[in-house]
Design a binder for this molecule. Structure first.
Ligand SMILES: C[S@@+](CC[C@H](N)C(=O)[O-])C[C@H]1O[C@@H](n2cnc3c(N)ncnc32)[C@H](O)[C@@H]1O
Length: 816
């Protein structure tokens, strides 16, 4: 990042139009330096764009190999002593680069931000009190200093690239670049918010610090991956007794600290009004350290905590306020209202409802505000206890702005079971006989980040050394979001720790018992009560995240099967489902809510599988789906096991035929290849012949363009069977007996019906619609069109719930 050679620095300063004297005058004074640089002319700027997945597969493989080789080589190199660079030189080049980054952000569209995950990360588990102080001069590069802590303070304005970059100095005045990864509050943060999060002059103790050599031979840097390794110290902290900073007591122009309760409140409120909830909560907390009895600071912090969804902490603040016997009448309703909101957020609907109801009675002026909450409590309760959701309303909300939904979690007739044959050792089984279409799980994402969380567009790519994949999208910042959850909800760490983190970590406990959210006392946000083990979190996210797209208006066949969708999310209970390429349940999302339904009847005790994605036609193409294959090792689902038994040559043959079919242009050619393809599936249940579905769909499309409607219909009927359905009325000519008009033309297949094709929802509904349109259009057979419409709505309801109403929302042109 920084110019290394003195001549480069000089050249840069010439470009800036500043002299060495100017720099010396501003040394140790970031604000003066900032002013100096703002009067300078910058010309050396050009956008630095990342190379994304467009590099192609070989590019990714090369990048992965290079990264691995670099880390491997680093490991074999001996640590070298840290040599301090002249402070002035560091300050100038840092400021130059900071301004360059800010300017690029202003002038250019989204920059590709890149990072690598899966390298060794040290999480300090030793409390600061037990660590011994170390200075930069005493440290080595390429080394983690176990048993030590570095006392340092921030001496420049920070800047956010992928991580937050800032210069720090130690007590001796030696300076070093610090890169802080995964820091709560930094997702999508503006430069101003980053400055509020990392004020100049802040004193930090870095537990068990690591100095790294920069990737491209630059200056060594202090790299902090786990935010809990950073401990913020107040100026009057006892750790600072007797500490003398070589460059003076104060870093020049560090912001003046508020001194009264009112000033702390003002600072917090100003952050809050900007929507900067973490800096707001930190300001209120710092004020509370000095004015611990302040109800106003506690109540305002509760407000910030509510925004951050730290409900346990918000409740703790409100309850502490309500215990105050001298609480003013004006604050009482505020405290009650916020406590009730916190209870609601924690899913304690009964208590929340009681609080809102009591409050409405006691403070009639607040009744209008409480009324909608009371209704919400009733809705959430029936969702959580009976699985009764208004899917139409939820779907409509999901089509609107924002990325979050307000729905209760629900667990249907399933339970967690020990299944030692799978990585992680657990899976989900049916508690009782489950019926096709039954709702199994509704789960709110634990970690979820989408483009809506960014004021300005940003694009990310991660080279994931855990899965050997290049991930593109918001999954890159999910560890930051996980850290943000843990920062204000220590119980969240417990939930994450119980998920499978891959073979390099201790297996999770076979019991999955996530404590219900309770009261958590977060007395000082960003003072982590739990160590945030980012390495393990990266493993959990790599092995459990889903790439999600919210359910939207119905379309015809999915055209883009690319895995590179934007949003990646972690859902707690759904993480425990194992994968099958031929699953018996399917999942879809409404924004940050995942919904799981049975796609066939599942007998009690049977395992329930989801398809994680990658519904490839053949064993070989599924195995090539790099991410899926790498996550599973070798997939041990029924279909892959069956394919392995069939043998490699059969699988190769199948793939060859399937690929020929995709390029066929005549009905005859497709038909003849379909016959050959079918022969490769001898002995397979119908619903496990997914390649036959794709091949028949191709035949249907070609037949459509040649107006061979009999063939179109026959083929579409077959398509449904390959998804695990049975067409009960295969007639497509003559009068439809009145008696059969009301019956469904399709039902769940019973033979081989213990599984269904992986995309029964979208594909099955679309195939039914195609049949209905063929009858209603060219054939002008209104009776059969009506019958097939009924069948379509039935299937849609089984897959997505919401009856005819939801169907008509998603397919407004079809129900006329
Ligand atoms: C999201 S976890 C599933 C839950 C996990 N079994 C647990 O106990 O937490 C994904 C991991 O489960 C294992 N797994 C799931 N489905 C599998 C399959 N079809 N074949 C092999 N391993 C599978 C793999 O180790 C995979 O990385």
């Amino acid at each position: 990042m920084f110019p290394q050679r003195p001549e480069d620095l000089e050249k840069m300063m010439r470009e800036l139009g500043i002299t060495t004297e100017d720099v010396i005058k501003t040394a140790g004074n970031p604000a003066a330096l900032k002013q100096l640089l703002s009067s300078a002319t910058l010309r050396m700027v050009g956008p630095v764009r990342g190379s994304g997945p467009s590099d192609g597969l070989s590019g990714i493989v090369n990048a992965l190999e290079q990264a691995k080789a670099r880390f491997q080589a680093e490991k074999t190199m001996l640590p070298i002593p840290f040599v301090a660079k002249p402070r002035t030189q560091l300050l100038v080049s840092f400021e130059f680069n900071r301004r360059q980054v800010l300017r690029q952000e202003n002038e250019h569209a989204a920059q590709m931000k890149q990072t690598i995950i899966g390298t060794e990360i040290h999480v300090s588990k030793i409390p600061l009190e037990q660590l011994e102080r170390v200075s930069l001069q005493q440290m080595d590069v390429r080394k983690t200093h176990k048993g030590k802590y570095l006392l340092c303070r921030i001496i420049t304005f920070p800047v956010r690239m992928f991580s937050v970059h800032v210069l720090v100095e130690d007590v001796n005045g030696d300076a070093c670049l610090m890169e802080l990864y995964n820091y709560p509050g930094t997702i999508g943060a503006s430069p101003q918010l980053i400055e509020a999060l990392f004020p100049v002059g802040s004193i930090l103790a870095i537990r068990e610090p690591t100095l790294k050599s920069a990737a491209h031979g630059g200056d060594p840097l202090l790299r902090v991956d786990c935010p809990s390794n950073v401990v913020w110290l107040e100026h009057d902290d006892k750790k600072l007794l007797g500490v003398k900073w070589d460059t003076g007591d104060q870093v020049h122009h560090s912001p003046r600290l508020p001194s009264t309760e009112e000033e702390w409140k003002k600072q917090g409120n100003s952050h809050y009004q900007n929507g900067w909830n973490i800096p707001a909560a930190v300001s209120y907390s710092r004020g509370l350290q000095r004015f611990p009895a302040s109800s106003v600071l506690k109540l305002n912090r509760a407000m910030a905590y509510l925004q951050l969804k730290y409900y346990g902490a918000a409740l703790a603040d409100c309850e502490a306020v309500l215990e105050n016997k001298d609480l003013s009448e004006s604050l009482k309703p505020k405290a009650l209202y916020r406590a009730a909101q916190a209870l609601y957020g924690m899913g304690r609907w009964d208590e929340a409802e009681r609080n809102f109801t009591d409050m409405a009675k006691k403070y009639p002026a607040e009744a209008p505000a409480c009324k909608p909450w009371i209704q919400k409590c009733t809705d959430r309760r029936s969702e959580a206890s009976q699985g009764k959701y208004d899917w139409v309303a939820a779907y409509k909300v999901a089509q609107g702005e924002g990325s979050r939904m307000d729905l209760a979690n629900f667990t249907g007739p399933i339970q967690i079971a020990a299944l030692p044959s799978r990585g992680g050792g657990r899976g989900i089984v049916a508690k009782r006989d489950i019926k096709f279409g039954e709702l199994l799980v509704v789960s709110k994402a634990f970690v979820f980040c989408s483009k809506d969380d960014f004021a300005k567009p940003e694009t990310f790519s991660i080279l994931n050394l855990i899965t050997n994949c290049m991930d593109v999208g918001y999954g890159a910042i999910n560890p930051t979001q996980a850290a943000e959850r843990i920062a204000g909800d220590p119980q969240a760490a417990n939930a994450l720790n119980q998920l499978y983190a891959g073979p390099t970590y201790e297996p999770p406990p076979s019991e999955y018992s996530v404590a219900p959210p309770g009261k958590v006392n977060v007395s000082r946000l960003l003072r982590f009560d739990e160590d945030v083990h980012i390495g393990r979190i990266q493993g959990v996210l790599s092995f459990n995240s889903f790439t999600v797209q919210s359910l939207g208006p119905g379309e015809s066949m999915p055209k883009d099967t690319s895995r590179h969708l934007d949003t990646s999310a972690l859902f707690p209970l759904p993480s425990l489902f194992n994968h099958s390429c031929s699953p018996n349940a399917h999942w879809y999302c409404l924004k940050d809510i995942m919904i799981v339904r049975a796609t066939c009847d599942i007998p009690a005790g049977n395992e329930v599988f989801l398809s994680y994605g990658g519904a490839g036609d053949s064993y070989l193409s599924r195995a090539k789906e790099s991410c899926l294959a790498r996550l599973l090792g070798s997939c041990n689902c029924f279909l892959c096991t069956r394919d392995r038994q069939a043998g490699e040559s059969v699988c190769k043959q199948r793939e060859k035929i399937a690929s020929k079919i995709s390029s066929c242009t005549t009905i005859l050619a497709v038909r003849s290849h379909i016959k050959k393809l079918d022969e490769t599936f001898k002995g397979y249940p119908t619903a496990d012949r997914y390649a036959m579905f794709t091949a028949n769909m191709k035949l249907a499309n070609i037949s459509q363009s040649s107006s061979n409607l009999d063939e179109v219909l026959r083929t579409l009927f077959k398509c449904l069977e390959y998804l695990g359905l049975k067409v009960t009325d295969t007639s497509f000519r003559g009068a439809l007996p009145l008696s059969s008009r009301d019956s469904l033309p399709v039902k769940l297949a019973t033979i081989g019906g213990s599984r269904t094709g992986p995309l029964l929802g979208p594909l099955g509904v679309d195939a039914c619609i195609a049949i209905r349109n063929t009858f209603g259009g060219a054939l002008n057979d209104k009776a059969r069109a009506a019958k097939w419409l009924k069948g379509t709505v039935w299937l849609h309801d089984k897959c997505y719930g919401g009856g005819k109403e939801l169907f008509s929302e998603r397919y407004p042109d079809i129900l006329d």
